[in-house]
Design a protein around this ligand. Structure first.
Ligand code: C2E
Ligand code: MG
Ligand code: MG
Length: 526
């Protein structure tokens, strides 16, 4: 702006003045910068001088306090860390305790036992023997069903206390499952002594448990296996001790059983039989045999009982006692039983058509069949298909089966009776023989079990029982049939007490249909 003005008013003069002013300003700036620099240097020098004047001791003090602060911080963090670590350890221990302890009885659980046994098996010394005892309460389900689960739990706790009482200090007790306990004993030197331990355990169950102010007796089934003889690994030892316990159950419970090789063999046979049984219907391997039932007054055949046989392709004829329990367990009894029912009804129809129109046909029903929801429909179908006289069909059931659920049983019996079919109570005298139930059951026949006939001649007591059963049946308007009659003397006695019907080897064994036909000709064509 100054240059422009200079040019406008008087060019060279004004320009001159401007230049001098510029130089003065620049010189001033330079002086100012120099002064500032000098001041800065002076301040810095002073600071350095001050610092240098501080004593080495002071500096040491400062560093020390800094160090102290730092140390405090570190030790605080360290403390915090170790508290955290303790907490973690405690919760880990807690978790471990939870994972290895049975919540109910507070003794070691299955996991703990398996790990313990693993350790023992892995460090087993040569010649060292350990024993595992598998204890299962008999009929525990009943306690749970009758009293409810909380009393069931209470019982399990009591059981664990009693077991603790009975075992030795070094034994390892665990709860293995619901009502199953397991005891590991190491360094077994005397098997006889070990058996004493088993008996001691049984003994603590000889006095009752008090639940809900009532006394209950509880029995146990025990399996025992020794390692290494009965299993070299935890898994195989536990499998075998379980089998031994299962065998004790099969023997009627409240007993103990040692594992043996044969147990395994038996199980293998059973498994084999089970799979063969599945195909036996399709392969047409079943056959119905018929056993005559004799009218003791007329000496004629009053009826037959249909008894199934299995014609096994390699093992020959297998009797029902050897496969019906397996069929029952697997449910295969339902289709097998249906086949028997149709076969027996067809045969009865044939005999009716041949003129033997006053004979009956008895067909056995097992528990599984009886409680099968299709039973009523199945019987109806058999009657419709074969067109037999329903009054000639008799269904045999046992007390033990019907008493499992008496109301349901009566209902089923009534429904089938409505078709005109009759019912017999098989093996009478071997079950509960509860008279009040007998009164309620709508059955027409009592079959006195063979066991009463066996000692009938020499045992007066059995004679009285048989006479009483016959009397009782008469009073309840039922017929009586004696099973297992083998001697004429038995038949004579039965006649003397007014028993109307008999079945047994004296007259005929169960025989194939063709032979039964001949027997009918022989007895009833006269
Ligand atoms: P159960 O119904 O009590 O049949 C009578 C059993 O006693 C038959 O055995 C028969 O052969 C046998 N027995 C009859 N009289 C005599 C005798 O004088 N002396 C001797 N020692 N025994 C005699 P089996 O045929 O072995 O049948 C056994 C059981 O198997 C039957 O007992 C029955 O409970 C069951 N069973 C047979 N067939 C069937 C079936 O088709 N279905 C069902 N669910 N069970 C059946
Ligand atoms: Mg029978
Ligand atoms: Mg019987």
């Amino acid at each position: 702006m100054a240059i422009q003005t200079g040019i406008l008013v008087n060019g060279s003069h004004i320009y001159e003045i401007d230049r001098t002013l510029g130089n003065i300003i620049i010189a001033l700036i330079i002086v100012l910068v120099i002064v500032i620099l000098a001041l800065a240097i002076a301040v810095k020098r002073r600071a350095i001088a001050q610092y240098k004047t501080k004593s080495a001791e002071e500096r040491l003090k400062e560093s020390y306090s800094e160090l102290e602060n730092a140390y405090k911080k570190v030790s605080k963090t360290q403390k915090e860390l170790s508290t955290k670590y303790e907490e973690l350890k405690r919760s880990e221990e807690n978790n471990r305790k939870i994972a290895y302890t049975d919540y109910l009885t507070e003794i070691p659980n299955r996991t703990a036992f398996s790990e313990k046994l693993d350790d023992v098996m892995n460090t087993l010394r040569k010649e060292e023997v350990v024993a595992v005892m598998y204890i299962d309460l008999d009929n525990f389900k009943n306690i749970n069903d009758v009293l409810g689960h909380s009393y069931g739990d209470e019982l399990l706790i009591d059981v664990s206390h009693r077991l603790k009482q009975a075992i030795d200090e070094n034994d390892y007790l665990a709860r293995f499952g619901g009502d199953e306990f397991i005891v590991l004993s190491q360094n077994i030197e005397d098997v006889g002594l070990y058996e004493e331990k088993i008996r001691k355990i049984q003994k603590v169950f000889s006095y009752p448990f008090v639940l809900s102010l009532k006394e209950f007796f509880v029995t146990i089934s025990i399996g025992v296996a020794y390692a290494p003889r009965d299993g070299k690994t935890t898994q195989s030892l536990i499998k075998n001790v379980d089998l031994a316990m299962y065998t004790a159950k099969e023997k009627g419970k409240n007993t103990y059983c040692f594992y043996e090789e044969s147990i395994n063999q038996r199980l293998m046979n059973k498994i084999e039989l089970q799979s063969e049984l599945r195909q036996a219907i399709d392969f047409n391997e079943f056959e119905v045999f018929y056993q005559a039932q004799i009218d003791l007054d007329t000496n004629r055949i009053a009826g037959f009982e249909a008894l199934v046989r299995w014609n096994h392709p390699t093992k020959g004829i297998i009797l029902p006692g050897d496969f019906i329990p397996i069929a029952e367990q697997t449910g295969l009894i339902v289709p097998i039983g249906k086949w028997v029912m149709f076969e027996a009804c067809k045969q009865l129809k044939k005999w009716e058509e041949e003129g033997f129109d006053d004979i009956t046909m008895a067909v056995n029903l097992s528990g599984r069949q009886f409680f099968d929801t299709d039973l009523v429909a199945m019987v109806r179908e058999a009657l419709d298909t074969t067109e037999i006289n329903p009054a000639h069909l008799e269904l045999e059931i046992t007390e033990t089966v019907v008493l499992d659920n008496i109301e349901y049983s009566i209902d089923v019996i009534e429904q089938i009776k409505a078709f005109g079919v009759h019912f017999s109570l098989d093996d009478f005298g071997t079950g509960y023989s509860a008279m009040n139930y007998l009164r309620m059951l709508p059955v027409s026949n009592l079959k006195i079990d063979k066991s009463f006939l066996d000692r009938l001649i020499e045992n007066q007591c059995d004679q009285k029982i048989v006479a009483s059963i016959i009397n009782l049946a008469r009073n309840l308007e039922m017929d009586v049939i004696a099973e297992g009659v083998e001697y004429e003397a038995q038949a004579d006695f039965l006649r003397s007490v007014d028993c109307k019907l008999a079945q047994g080897f004296l007259y005929s064994k169960p025989i194939p249909k063709k032979a039964a036909n001949d027997l009918l000709d022989q007895y009833n064509k006269m």
